[in-house]
Write a protein that binds this ligand. Structure first.
Ligand SMILES: NC(=O)c1ccc[n+]([C@@H]2O[C@H](COP(=O)([O-])OP(=O)(O)OC[C@H]3O[C@@H](n4cnc5c(N)ncnc54)[C@H](OP(=O)(O)O)[C@@H]3O)[C@@H](O)[C@H]2O)c1
Length: 334
């Protein structure tokens, strides 16, 4: 599905890609739709140099061929991959370093729901020193970590990233508060493990977080909203708290009052996964594979799939995200 000049998607026939050094070619079973794909159609969030120019940041499927120098993977392996772009297709190129193995017990289509969310969450939350401790307890042996007693506010627990964030952070032992739009969506966030879900359409999350934490505030805010929430997010952080900004849905520029940052020893983190150099992505995906992927393969963290649509209906899939209808992931099937 290529991007037209007027910013929509249309099917096109392109030559079969040939995997280069360190790459594999995947026969796509499903591609995950991300909000970043919507931005790409508007000319924002461009693909890194050399990547496919059509959208698709994650795809699952079967390896069809291997490029030179690839080891540890074979033709026919079931995989899911973090991509630089190009997942909205029947065939997609992926760096072998960015693959996760999909066991028989895991639905190959649903496996497309994970790479972007896990890569984003792991790289952001592991960057927070206090959270890396409990994360480190998750190993291949798969013992559940003890509760950390830390509290995280996950904004947009109803989204593709947020629905995985609630489950992952809960499993890591944190107490998860979340926001979502409307009573049905907040109720579903509670089902995913959040201890409280605040309706951002009708409630003031600052007030509610204060009530829910007896005035203490939260240790971490995971925020895809950006400018509109900047001051509020700082105000709900407990001493030594961390604001982790992963999105800018409501603006890029805000006013940051440094006084609470200093006097309550706060920190502000921000990262974008797609723009990272490949060696950093490879390190993130290796960490995801070692420490987060076992939680998925044994079913503790599950895909939340709103709808599976044919690939040719990619524009309809984008509208489900743009209109705030999708709960969890929308997947495209070639
Ligand atoms: N930094 C990175 O590397 C990285 C990687 C992946 C994604 N992201 C970002 O993460 C965000 C989520 O991506 P996605 O693909 O999961 O998108 P998505 O499925 O469309 O989710 C968007 C979420 O934002 C929530 N939201 C909208 N307005 C809100 C508000 N005022 N208060 C609280 N929540 C609000 C929505 O909740 P309701 O619909 O229930 O209102 C929904 O849960 C996007 O901003 C994306 O750009 C960043």
């Amino acid at each position: 599905m290529v991007i037209t000049e007027d910013g929509t998607l249309t099917p096109d026939d392109l030559p079969e890609p040939v995997p280069g050094a360190g790459e594999v070619l995947i026969e796509v079973a499903a591609a995950g739709v991300n909000r970043a794909d919507l931005l790409q159609l508007k000319g924002l969030h461009p693909p890194p140099e050399g990547a496919a120019t059509w959208p698709g940041l994650e795809a699952s499927g079967t390896i069809r061929s291997l490029g030179p120098g690839v080891s540890g993977w074979s033709v026919g392996d079931r995989v899911t991959a973090l991509l630089d772009g190009g997942g909205y297709a029947e065939l997609a190129l992926a760096r072998a370093e960015n693959l996760l193995p999909v066991p028989e017990a895991l639905d190959l289509v649903e496996a497309a729901a994970f790479p972007e969310a896990l890569g984003t969450l792991w790289s952001n939350l592991a960057a927070v020193p206090d959270l890396d401790g409990p994360a480190a307890l998750i190993g291949a042996a798969g013992e559940e970590p003890p509760a950390t007693g830390r509290t995280i506010l996950v904004h947009g627990g109803s989204g593709g990233v947020g629905s995985i964030a609630i489950q992952l952070c809960t499993t890591l032992g944190a107490r998860v508060l979340t926001t979502a739009g409307g009573p049905e969506r907040t109720a579903r966030c509670l089902d995913l493990g959040a201890v409280a879900a605040i309706d951002h359409r009708s409630e003031d999350f600052v007030e509610r977080v204060r009530e829910l934490t007896d005035g203490r505030g939260v240790d971490v805010v995971l925020d895809p909203i950006g400018a509109a929430y900047l001051e509020k997010n700082i105000s709900v952080l407990a001493a030594h708290g961390h604001l982790v900004v992963i999105g800018m849905q409501k603006g890029t520029k805000g006013t940051l009052n440094l006084a609470p940052m200093l006097y309550r020893w706060l920190s502000l983190h921000g990262t974008a996964l797609r723009a990272r150099p490949q060696p950093e992505k490879a390190a993130i995906m290796a960490d995801v594979r070692r420490r987060a992927w076992p939680l998925v393969t044994r079913g503790t963290v599950q895909a939340v799939v709103h709808e599976r649509l044919p690939l040719t209906e990619a524009m309809a899939a984008h509208r489900l995200l743009a209109d705030g209808v999708a709960f969890g992931k929308v997947l495209l099937l070639p």
